[in-house]
Design a protein around this ligand. Structure first.
Ligand SMILES: Nc1ncnc2c1ncn2[C@@H]1O[C@H](COP(=O)(O)OP(=O)(O)O)[C@@H](O)[C@H]1O
Ligand SMILES: [Mg+2]
Length: 354
């Protein structure tokens, strides 16, 4: 798929902007703090309805404004869909986001160097990564995740309520079954997502590094290979006492992690900084093929400063890897990294053609 044109009004440091990007590689260049990343964020919002930068809608509107609008034309083969999203400030000061439903084939994959945390941060960054990817593969994944979070919060509230004595087991009981059913559904899709990523990750990492190192990813859960709600239910029962003592839910997919290994050792503990960087980028680029297969069209790539931390050889490998993509947006503070790319300069919230 592609984005044919984008219109921004009162978005971050953009007053108004109307831009028709090119197919293939668009390079967005310009000095720091001019609005390169903001523009990528806007494109992502038009395509997916969400910001890859923040979950706080209030950060997005241009400071001092009451209404932000984003509109765009999404193209998929002969299909053309206009989409529009409006952020409005309500009387109570909160922001409301409205817009018509997005086409079911619309997908974007965003990369920025904060993604290094997937490799060297805590387990929750890896869960967020795999949930984001699974959400691009399976339409039900994010609704399942939200449902799971509700049940988990409910369960934890009960565990925190006083008195946490004899009556606790009875109070938890009605929630346990739902927790187990929805938890296993979540776990199953995360496992499928990891399996879908595995082969591409190994291939992309080898391509980017130009070396034979092997990168592997595995789903890690205390439930082992179990795939039935009964197994999670039994684990809940086993940890009942400990849960009452610590007053939180101790087993389930909210405690799981991904193992990311390079040549058989933990990449977080033993990977060099350079290896970790390439793994982070490879994780995003490895999403492209499975997401294309699931959506029936190639996702738009939003790569924020992706070349900056790499050596010249790796830069070349990245450009080679993305050259067949339908549409890519790449920000860079330096000049165009490649001949044939369409280049725009960002300057204080407006675009000058190169
Ligand atoms: N909601 C907002 N309203 C107005 N300006 C904003 C808003 N959010 C960020 N900015 C400004 O946008 C600029 C950063 O833009 P960004 O796209 O991150 O720059 P870069 O070109 O370095 O990627 C900063 O000057 C920041 O002050
Ligand atoms: Mg930036």
């Amino acid at each position: 798929m592609q984005i044919g044109c984008a219109q921004l009004s009162e978005f971050r440091n953009y007053r108004t902007l109307s831009w028709s990007p090119a197919p293939r590689l668009n390079v967005i260049t310009g000095p720091n703090a001019q609005g390169k990343t903001n523009l990528l964020e806007a494109l992502g919002l038009i395509i997916t309805g969400r910001s890859f930068r923040t979950s706080r809608t209030a950060e997005i509107p241009r400071w001092g404004t009451e209404t932000t609008t984003l509109a765009g034309e999404l193209l998929h083969g002969q299909t053309r869909r206009i989409v529009r999203r409006t952020l409005t400030r309500l009387e109570d000061g909160t922001w409301q986001s409205t817009g018509e439903p997005l086409p079911e084939w619309a997908r974007a994959i965003a990369f920025g160097w904060q993604d290094l945390e997937i490799v060297n941060g805590g387990p929750s960054t890896r869960r967020t990564f795999i949930d984001g990817f699974a959400g691009r593969l399976y339409v039900n994944h994010i609704p399942t995740l939200l449902r799971f979070r509700q049940i988990l919060a409910r369960r934890n509230r009960l565990l925190q309520q006083r008195p946490y004595d004899g009556g606790l087991a009875e109070r938890l009981e009605p929630w346990n079954e739902q927790f187990a059913t929805v938890g296993i559904e979540l776990l199953g899709r995360r496992r499928k997502a990891v399996a879908a990523l595995q082969t591409e990750l190994a291939r992309v990492y080898a391509t980017l590094s130009g070396a034979r190192s092997k990168v592997e990813i595995r789903y890690r859960t205390s439930l082992g290979e179990a795939s039935e709600p009964a197994a999670l239910l039994a684990a809940l029962e086993r940890s009942q006492r400990e849960e009452a003592r610590r007053r939180q839910t101790l087993v389930g997919p909210h405690r799981d992690d991904l193992a990311i290994e390079i040549d058989g050792v933990d990449a977080r503990a033993f990977g060099s900084r350079g290896q970790q960087r390439l793994i982070a980028l490879a994780l995003r680029l490895a999403e492209i093929l499975p997401v294309s297969e699931a959506a029936g069209t190639a996702p738009v790539l939003l790569l924020d400063d992706a070349l900056s931390e790499l050596d010249p050889a790796a830069r070349g490998h990245v450009l080679h890897e993305i050259q067949s993509a339908e549409q890519v947006f790449l920000t860079t503070p330096d000049g165009p990294p490649v001949n044939g790319a369409t280049v725009v300069h960002v300057n204080g919230g407006s675009l000058d053609p190169a």
